[in-house]
Design a protein around this ligand. Structure first.
Ligand code: Z5A
Length: 206
């Protein structure tokens, strides 16, 4: 495909949303046509699934249901947004993708990695991110930052042990796929985080 696919990953409050505009500016400086999107979400139906997933007032969601809803939203997103953009030569910058499923449903909820792998192949075919920026910070720090923004959603209301497993899963993915996944130390102040992002993107676009 002509466009490149970049994803942004990390636990709660590590600064993904904060840094998206910065990454957008860096790529647009190089005249790269870019589409910003997010998961779960990115189409009307997938955003509706997102609302259901984040709402903590409804009936409890079985972990199998949660996993299938993540991939249902993803299938819709890939077919209607991500693939058409990449095929046209537009780059796609996505706030979270399947690494989040390995980290949250695999690491956090202890679901079998073989089930996630099967769904990944079924839904994505050979589509995988070309570059992933993993913003990493201790769970406590990310949670403190996330809490500053107000009410916690269904995921953010999980216990610390859950988020620790999520973080360790992300770090394990980065260790095994170091060509694709670049770790950004998100404990630093914003300008230092952005300097690291800049360096990783320049290495990728050169
Ligand atoms: N999920 C899943 O389980 N499985 C999947 O397959 C997928 C997702 C795709 C929604 O994700 C939930 O879906 C998510 C996982 C699950 N769980 N949760 N929760 P989301 O991406 O929409 O939600 P999120 O992870 O909660 O994102 P977030 O909390 O918005 O975090 P963030 O975007 O990384 O952080 P931020 O809003 O940019 O920053 C937080 C605060 O910190 C803010 O006030 C900033 O000004 C401040 N900040 C940021 N960087 C810094 C630095 N460097 N220094 C100081 N302060 C900073």
């Amino acid at each position: 495909m002509a466009g490149r696919f970049i994803t942004l990953e990390g636990g709660e409050g590590v600064g993904k949303t904060t840094n998206i505009a910065y990454i957008q500016a860096l790529l647009e400086e190089q005249n790269i046509p870019l589409l910003l999107t997010r998961e779960p979400g990115g189409t009307t139906l997938a955003e509706n699934i997102r609302q259901l997933l984040l709402d903590k007032e409804q009936e409890s969601i079985a972990e199998q249901t949660e996993l299938l809803m993540m991939f249902a939203a993803r299938a819709q997103h890939i077919k209607h947004v991500i693939k058409p953009a990449l095929e046209q030569g537009t780059w796609v910058l996505c706030d979270r993708f399947t690494d989040a499923t390995y980290a949250y449903q695999g690491g956090g909820r202890n679901m079998a990695l073989s089930s996630i792998q099967w769904l990944e192949n079924f839904v994505q075919g050979d589509l995988r991110p070309d570059l992933t920026l993993l913003l990493d910070a201790p769970v406590q720090l990310g949670m403190q930052r996330a809490k500053q923004r107000g009410k916690l959603d269904r995921f953010e209301s999980e216990k610390m042990a859950f988020f620790e497993q999520v973080r360790q899963s992300y770090l394990s993915i980065a260790a095994h796929q170091s060509e694709r996944v670049k770790i950004i130390d998100a404990t630093q102040n914003l300008s230092s985080v952005q300097a690291q992002i800049n360096q990783a993107l320049r290495a990728f676009t050169q």
